[in-house]
Design a protein around this ligand. Structure first.
Ligand SMILES: *Cc1c(COP(=O)(O)O)cnc(C)c1O
Length: 348
């Protein structure tokens, strides 16, 4: 499989901007028009007057050690959302190429395509909200460049069948992106290690969910070195700030804390799920491998509005493709969940 054949010509030929901190980060630095006197910020911001490391070395080494993926196979973005956008811009020619998504799924794939004038082909998930391999294969045409998958999927909350993902990755002459934003909440290690085996597979993770760092804006992906090199070529020179890098390094030293949160959230998820299932007015409660639960009611708008009136904000997903009637609730603290359950039974 030749990845270069899938990349836009202008990207292959792109001569990237060479930033000052690519060549030097030590010495008497009079090369980047920084403020050499210091910063207006308090002193505990370490060297914040200097531009950050364009190679993202600290973060890549930290995640490499944690997840056993070589540094050269890792790339960090301003949230996974930046990686989604970069992937589309690297592989899809505006007004010509297309991507495949399997709805109902995360809305950002389509938004990023709309911004870039890239067509989106929807191959619906099957009855069990899993992949329809035959339908995906039939949908691919000569202009299809990427298959975007989300596992565990948002908003259906389930893991997709790993065997099917691997089968598709082997068979199709496409980039396969697997968004694993919620993988920490699933009893599955995900597909990270397969990126070392399949040159067309990109697996995305984020610090926004289990790590509790949504405000930091940091996500990363693993992929073949060939693809990672292109990400580095196309990204903005200093996409990851020093503050972000510091936060990530600190977080990686605190993995026990993440594991504790994950345990608490899974416990609450199972309890909330049981309580929702016990409510006879709820038409369906989807099993969850993530930190949210989607459930079906007859009157989603009315339920949403009642909860909102009582300052309990959930997500109305009933307008999503093949998802009518469904609401999505994030697992909160036990107190928050109890209030939610109480108000929900009042309206139902
Ligand atoms: C929350 C979420 C993300 C995270 O995006 P960030 O930009 O990393 O915050 C990615 N994918 C899905 C499906 C999500 O639900």
């Amino acid at each position: 499989m030749n990845i270069k054949e899938l990349v836009r010509k202008n990207i292959l030929e792109l001569k990237p901007y060479t930033s000052a901190r690519q060549s030097h980060s030590e010495g008497i630095l009079l090369d980047a028009n920084e403020n050499c006197y210091g910063t207006v910020l308090p002193e505990n911001y370490d060297n914040i007057n200097r531009y950050p490391d364009p190679y993202q070395r600290q973060m890549r080494e930290g995640v490499s050690n944690l997840l056993n993926i070589p540094v050269e196979n890792l790339f960090f973005g301003v949230g996974s959302d930046e990686i989604i956008d970069l992937t589309i811009r690297i592989f899809c020619r505006p007004s010509q190429d297309n991507i495949i998504v399997c709805e109902p799924t995360y809305g950002m794939y389509k938004v990023a395509c709309d911004v870039n004038e890239v067509e989106v082909i929807n191959v619906p998930l099957n009855q069990n909200f899993d992949l329809d391999v035959d339908a995906i294969e039939r949908a691919v045409n000569e202009k299809t460049k990427i298959l975007f998958l989300c596992s565990p999927n948002n908003p259906t909350a389930n893991l997709l069948d790993k065997k099917k993902i691997i089968e598709l990755t082997k068979k199709l002459n496409l980039i396969v992106v697997v968004d694993e934003a919620y993988i920490d909440f699933a009893q599955d290690e995900g597909l990270l290690k397969y990126t070392l085996e399949f040159p067309n597979l990109i697996v995305m993770r984020t610090f926004s969910k289990a790590w509790g760092m949504a405000g930091v804006r940091c996500g990363f992906c693993a992929a073949s070195k060939e693809i990672i090199d292109i990400f580095f070529k196309v990204k903005l020179p200093y996409n990851i700030s020093k503050l972000t890098a510091q936060a990530v390094v600190l977080a990686l030293k605190n993995i026990d804390k993440r594991n504790e949160y994950v345990k608490m959230i899974i416990n609450e998820r199972e309890r909330v799920s049981r309580e929702l299932k016990a409510n006879k007015k709820i038409l369906n409660v989807l099993p969850s491998d993530s930190n949210f639960i989607s459930f079906k009611v007859e009157n989603p708008k009315e339920v949403y509005n009642y909860l909102e009136k009582h300052k309990i904000i959930i997500r109305d997903r009933s307008n999503q493709f093949n998802f009518s009637g469904y609401l999505r609730v994030t697992i909160g603290t036990p107190e928050e969940n109890n209030l939610f359950l109480q108000k929900l039974s009042e309206i139902l």
